[in-house]
Design a protein around this ligand. Structure first.
Ligand SMILES: *Cc1c(COP(=O)(O)O)cnc(C)c1O
Length: 385
């Protein structure tokens, strides 16, 4: 028997992570009148220079996490903006290279909706369909590459399934055909190895709040290469080498830098701990019966576990879980519930997609959390069947 926990159990780390205490401590240094609150773009006084130093320190921390040069990091408001800047900024700046964009049907909405918007301004989009392991293969990509393909955008880790794309192999195919390669790595930081040089990535989207940093900050890695131009979407003071204007939020940026430095430092140990919790959770689910794993059994990050409970609808199950924060990938419209486009995209039948929940584990998940969740789940599923 597991004891009743004192706070709600949080198993939704793929939606957002809490800010690590050590990160929050750093963040607090850049806000009030006695601190380094100055505008990092102020060049006429010491306070401004100190704020700028904090921003540049964080730029190096983020760059180090992905083996980039600090000059290749462009701060944004999150991975959503980074995805928009990568796709739209690149396609607009490189009209001469071609008007063909390749992506997949299970990308995050920040990529899917941006690609759709680009289609309405004359970009031709090819939508790849992954296998049921959630991956796009290099062969599949090679088959749709064209002379006028300017950009390929495929995510590193899928946010609903946890599936991992071989971005190195995919980037190589893109390059063979003279196209640039973008990857959304929001879910990958601290979970898989990221190395923009070894993986030959040209553009990479990052988010602070998926890696124990704050919400509202992210970055786009833009490879330093004269042939890699990006047109700004936000115009203003010419910050970030003209690619993204706006006063830099020193506290957010310093915090994201610290969070990424911690991710680099702790990821292996943390991943082993979470892999162990995942195994215990999967074993427990097995006991419930009629449970299907939507996430690939291997080649997936251990913290994301997407499962279908046959014969149960996800919405009432979610209600029955009360104090346990998990998510369905479904979208609630005015009249009905649409199953997750990602689950349908990897061939999960509609019936099972509507019976699916995503459990995502993280830094503060304990064995007690897992046991309590399994206990509540067993009762809830029983009651609903
Ligand atoms: C969360 C997430 C985003 C959006 O990031 P924000 O920083 O919240 O804008 C984009 N892509 C993936 C894969 C994500 O998981």
């Amino acid at each position: 028997m597991s004891s009743t926990p004192t706070r709600p159990i949080y198993l939704d780390y793929a939606a957002t992570t809490p800010v690590d205490e050590r990160v929050a401590t750093v963040m607090q240094r850049y806000l009030t009148v006695d601190q380094l609150f100055a505008n990092p773009a102020s060049r006429s006084h010491m306070s401004g220079w100190q704020a700028e130093q904090a921003v540049e320190h964080a730029r190096r921390q983020v760059a180090d996490t992905i083996n980039a040069d600090p000059r290749e990091i462009v701060w944004t408001s999150g991975a959503t903006e980074a995805d928009n800047l990568a796709l739209t900024g690149f396609m607009r700046a490189n009209r001469a290279r071609g008007r063909h964009l390749i992506t997949s049907i299970i990308e995050h909405k920040a990529v899917v909706d941006t690609a759709k918007a680009l289609a309405s301004e004359g970009v031709e989009v090819t939508w790849l369909k992954p296998g049921n392991d959630g991956c796009i293969t290099p062969t599949q990509l090679r088959e749709v590459m064209r002379d006028d393909t300017a950009l390929v955008s495929l995510m590193a880790v899928n946010n609903e399934l946890g599936s991992i794309n071989d971005i190195k192999a995919l980037a190589e195919v893109a390059h063979q055909f003279g196209a640039a390669f973008h990857t959304d790595a929001a879910q990958a930081v601290g979970r898989i190895e990221l190395d923009v040089v070894a993986q030959s990535v040209d553009l990479m989207s990052l988010s602070g709040h998926k890696a124990y940093g704050p919400k509202g900050v992210g970055a786009l890695y833009v490879k330093r290469d004269p042939s890699l131009r990006i047109e700004a979407l936000i115009h203003g003071g010419g910050h970030e080498r003209g690619m993204r204007s706006g006063t830099l939020p020193t506290h957010q940026i310093a915090a994201m830098g610290e969070a990424f430095a911690l991710a680099q430092q702790y990821s292996l140990e943390e991943q082993q701990r979470i892999t162990h919790l995942r195994q215990n959770f999967l074993n427990g689910l097995q006991q419930i019966g009629g449970v299907f794993l939507n996430s690939p059994a291997d080649n997936a990050v251990p913290n994301i576990i997407n499962v279908a409970f046959d014969g149960v609808e996800a919405e009432p199950l979610l209600m029955a879980l009360r104090d346990i924060a998990v998510s369905t990938g479904s979208a609630c419209n005015s009249a009905s519930v649409d199953p997750s486009y990602v689950l349908l995209g990897v061939g999960i039948p509609r019936r099972l997609a509507l019976a699916s929940l995503r459990f995502s584990l993280g830094r503060y998940t304990t064995q007690d959390d897992i046991e309590h969740t399994l206990h509540v789940l067993a009762h809830a599923v029983d009651g609903l069947r």
